[in-house]
Design a protein around this ligand. Structure first.
Ligand code: EPZ
Length: 427
């Protein structure tokens, strides 16, 4: 069997009931790696990007850059050596954009370095319509000419001009696209109401290593002074905070005790506070986080998602799964995306007591979930079903796991390392 993008559709088979114990290492952050790889288009010399996670989105991005004429080499240490001095194609084709919406991140770099870009409009996805109007409006305010035709964004610009941008809504990739566009613009750009996610900070740090002049990244006000050129550099991507938090939730749900190495507790304050509210013991050092469920049952928690530093929407599905086996009633309010409770309906099939009302879900903890064949619709929903399978009675078969493989490097190896009974079955 193959999935929509002709990739083999594997399944994960999970047998519940084993408390997770041990230590794992966090991989590089997918949502930092994708904009940083797009930023290699800005460099007039060779770049090396390290600590990349081995995920399908990374290979998709390599394919996208390769089609544009980038010379790319991926070595055995998962470092990409990229040289974008011979870019001759300025198009992000539909067949790649439809498999990875983050392809939109080549728009700003192509436009500011080469003065032109043709990028397929990323459609919606399971969690929402995912418009990119704020990316486009910002580029137009910087002097780009943009035409939307036949499902493509056609953008040209002699040279972008630094300007004052006030984002109507906090957008992570919108901030990233505009920040990259501003690095080679004529003059200074200020982005107000910018996204503050740690992935923005990682991208800005990488760009500054290349010779960009960016300040304020991590705050809501980013100032970028345009320069003439950016040089190649060597940069290692930061650890994946969402992957880290997902394994911590798995340990909490299974009543286990784990340590996640190469983690960044400073990037997970809201999540760690929420985990502590469930009754588990959370400990942390400069580059590790520990969780000990102390064999107790969890207390349900109330969660409202919002842009960083508030509770991340990418951890919402995992906490919906946690609440489904916690003691008491927990509420989840999703304020970032309009349709991010698809996992609730699959969790219900495993016996979870969840009521979804628009962007609000009320979960009453049950004594046990039962294993079932389930399928997910997006990356984090898939992860929440794997977590549920770790505690459900019997066997859970998670289908469509190409979603999981987009965001979790070697998920079954890492969980098995912690004692889980999980195996991948190629279909
Ligand atoms: C990024 O998506 C992440 N993806 C998402 O992670 C994450 O869930 C999201 O940020 C929020 O943190 C990557 O970084 C590759 P947004 P992004 O633009 O940038 C609306 C995962 O699981 N909006 O911050 O696409 C939008 O509809 C993925 O790893 C507009 O209206 O999210 C949404 O309601 C899923 N117009 C809100 O803003 C725009 O032009 C936030 O979206 C842009 C966004």
């Amino acid at each position: 069997m193959t999935g929509r993008s002709n990739r083999p559709v594997d399944k994960l088979i999970v047998s519940g009931g084993v408390p997770l114990h041990g230590a794992i290492r966090t991989s590089g952050a997918k949502n930092a790696a994708l904009p940083i790889l797009a930023a290699t288009l800005l460099a007039d010399g060779p770049m090396t990007v390290g600590n990349l996670p081995h995920l399908h989105d990374i290979t998709t991005t390599m394919e996208l850059l390769g089609r544009m004429g980038a010379d790319l080499l991926l070595d055995e240490r998962m470092e990409i050596h990229a040289n974008c001095s011979n870019i001759r194609e300025f198009t992000a084709p539909h067949e790649l954009v439809r498999t990875m919406r983050a392809s939109i991140l080549v728009l700003g770099p192509l436009l500011t370095r080469f003065g032109r870009a043709t990028v397929s409009l990323p459609g919606g996805c399971a969690i929402g319509s995912r418009p990119v109007n704020l990316h486009i409006e910002g580029l137009v305010r910087m002097g780009a000419e943009v035409r939307l035709e036949n499902g493509f964004i056609h953008a040209t610009a002699r040279r972008l001009v630094g300007t004052q941008l006030v984002m109507q809504q906090v957008t992570v990739t919108g901030t990233e696209n505009l920040m990259m566009a501003a690095t080679l613009a004529d003059g200074t750009t200020v982005i107000e109401n910018a996204a503050r996610e740690p992935e923005i900070v990682d991208l800005a740090n990488c760009l500054n290593t290349m010779g960009a002049r960016i300040e304020g990244h991590g705050s809501g006000r980013i100032v970028i002074e345009g320069v003439e050129t950016l040089s190649g550099a060597r940069y290692a991507v930061q650890p994946d905070r969402i992957e880290t938090a997902t394994y911590l939730v798995a340990a909490a749900m299974t009543g286990g005790r784990i340590r996640v190495m190469d983690a960044r507790p400073d990037q997970l304050r809201a999540v760690l506070d929420k985990l502590a509210e469930t009754g588990v013991e959370v400990t942390a050092g400069p580059d590790w986080i520990g969780l000990d469920a102390r064999g107790r049952s969890l207390s349900a928690v109330d969660v409202t998602t919002a842009p960083f530093p508030a509770f991340p929407t990418d951890m919402q599905a995992q906490f919906t799964a946690l609440n489904s086996v916690a003691h008491g009633t927990g509420t989840i309010r999703e304020t970032v995306f309009e349709n991010r409770f698809m996992h609730a309906y699959e969790l219900q099939r495993m016996g979870a007591d969840i009521e979804v009302h628009g962007n609000f879900a009320v979960t009453r903890g049950v004594v046990r979930l039962t294993g079932a064949p389930v399928a997910a619709t997006d990356l984090r929903a898939s992860a929440s079903l794997v977590l549920a399978g770790l505690v459900a009675e019997g066997e859970t078969v998670v289908d469509e796991i190409h979603h999981v493989d987009r965001g979790y490097e070697c998920i079954e190896e890492k969980l098995a390392q912690l004692g889980a009974r999980i195996r991948r079955v190629p279909m």
